[in-house]
Design a protein around this ligand. Sequence first.
Ligand code: SF4
Ligand code: SF4
Length: 172
Amino acid sequence: MGVLEPLVELARGLGQTFRYMFERPVTVQYPEQKRTVRPRFRGRHVLKRYDNGLEKCIGCSLCAAACPSDAIFVEASENTDEKRFSPGERYASTYEINMLRCIYCGFCEDACPTEAIVMGDNYELSFTDRRQAIYPKDMLLEPVHVHTMLTPQKVDAGVFTRSVPEMKDPRD
Ligand code: SF4
Ligand code: SF4
C-alpha cells in the first residue's frame, strides 16, 4: 500500500459525501411528514356508511367466509324501523377484525355485496397488547359529520326494505 493510497480513498469518500449533500433527500420525516400511499394501497379497514348515515354492513358474514386467515368475526342482529342500523333485515351487532391475523389480501373487500368493508389508506397500526389488535366495530365504522347520522336511527316504516341497494346498471 502506497503512502498516498489512504489519502486518495479518504478524498473519494468525502467526495461522495459532498455529492449527496446537494441531492434531494429520500428519507421522510415520519411521523411529522406522511407519505401519500399508492391508489391501490390496502391499509386498515373501514366500515362504510350510506349518505344518510345508515351502515352499509348487513351482517351477512361473506367477508368472514372469504377471509383466508380467519381474521373477521361477525354476529348479526335484526333491524327494526325504531332502531335501524342498516337497510334491510339485519345488521352487524358485532364486527371484529384481528389485525394480527390479517394479511391485507383484500378478499373481504371483494366478497362484500354492499361494499361495506373497504381497505383504506391508514397504515398506522401499532399495539402494545394482543387484545388491542382486535379492532371492534366502533373503531372500524366510518365517522359521521353530524350527530343525526349516527346509528341506530328511527326511520319511516317500509322505506329501507332492501339489504343490497338496487343497481342502476347491472354491470356496475
Ligand atoms: S384483508 Fe384478507 S386477511 Fe385481512 S381481513 Fe380481509 S380477507 Fe381477511
Ligand atoms: S362487511 Fe360486507 S360481507 Fe362483511 S358482513 Fe358486512 S355486508 Fe357482509
